[in-house]
Write a protein that binds this ligand. Structure first.
Ligand code: PAF
Length: 286
């Protein structure tokens, strides 16, 4: 098995199972932090949170082809395994699982997890219709393989978090899904592996996304009607040079539509494009 910065890197399911079995036999609890690599401080914060919830922390690093549609950035997605394992080691993690595509999707692979509820909320799914089936399938596989006590996911991908929480409950996967708060740059931009795609000019304009969320949340909290508050936020973003895919207010868990603040707790969710980079973000209102 490979080792980088003192952390073992399992490439094969059998290697992962062997180490996990040893930990289990010693009575140690396990947390899983699934990622696609290109780690930043946001991922390190998942590990920090995971360490408060379990004795051992495993990170999967796998750029999952089935959650990318034709023409998306699967090939271009940043890959830096060595630096990732070093960052994971520095954050205090115990084991990396970094399989090849053929290890995850073996010959004849023919099963997909079909997700509904929050996966069909008309947000990301409207623009990436095959995305959540790919996410749910790979996450279900990772959870079945590692059988962790807890699995930690970032709130940055808020719809994904709700889809996975729903799936874990519906399929009795026996794992607690833990949400980690979004980490932000000083100017409010949410940390994301895709921020590296932003040009200098786009990077300077990007914090407008979080500002628009904050202003809109404050307006709704202060009693403004939801529909005009959302319209105002969309207009602000358009004026800042964004192409807005959606800017919506939804029920925090089901992601169903809301008409009034009384329908809460409410989450505001946005996706918008700056040049060729698509940014997503969200914020709680209550
Ligand atoms: O959020 C991500 O990085 C991915 O969607 C996940 C959960 C690791 C599944 O590939």
């Amino acid at each position: 098995m490979d080792e980088i910065a003192g952390v073992a890197v399992a490439r094969a399911d059998a290697e992962l199972r062997e180490i996990l079995a040893r930990w289990r036999a010693a009575g140690e609890s396990v947390a899983l932090t699934p990622t696609m690599g290109a780690l930043h401080a946001g991922h390190a914060s998942l590990v920090t949170l995971a360490k408060t919830r379990a004795r051992r922390v495993v990170m999967s690093i796998f750029v999952n082809p089935t959650q990318f549609a034709e023409g998306e950035d699967f090939e271009a997605y940043p890959r830096a395994l060595e630096a990732d394992v070093e960052a994971f080691a520095a954050a205090g993690g115990d084991l990396v699982y970094a399989p090849a595509v053929a290890e995850v999707y073996g010959e004849g692979f023919a099963t997909t997890v079909s997700v509904g509820g929050p996966a069909l909320a008309g947000l990301e799914d409207r623009f990436r219709p095959t995305h959540f089936a790919g996410v749910a399938t790979v996450v279900a596989k990772l959870l079945c393989l590692a059988r962790p006590d807890v699995a930690v996911f970032g709130e940055k991908d808020y719809q994904q978090l709700q889809v996975i929480s729903r799936m874990a409950r519906d399929l009795d996967l026996g794992v607690e899904i833990v949400a980690a708060p979004t980490l932000r740059e000083a100017d409010g931009l949410a940390l994301s592996s895709r921020n590296v795609y932003l040009s200098a000019d786009e990077r300077a304009r990007a914090p407008a996304l979080h500002r628009a969320l904050r202003v809109c949340a404050e307006a709704i909290r202060a009693g403004a009607p939801i529909a005009p508050a959302l319209e105002d936020a969309r207009a602000r973003l358009a004026a800042a040079g964004f192409d807005v895919d959606y800017f919506e207010a939804r029920r925090a868990e089901s992601l169903a539509s809301v008409e009034a603040a009384a329908d809460g707790p409410i989450r505001l969710l946005v996706a918008a494009r700056l040049g060729r980079t698509r940014l997503i973000d969200n914020i709680g209102v209550d």
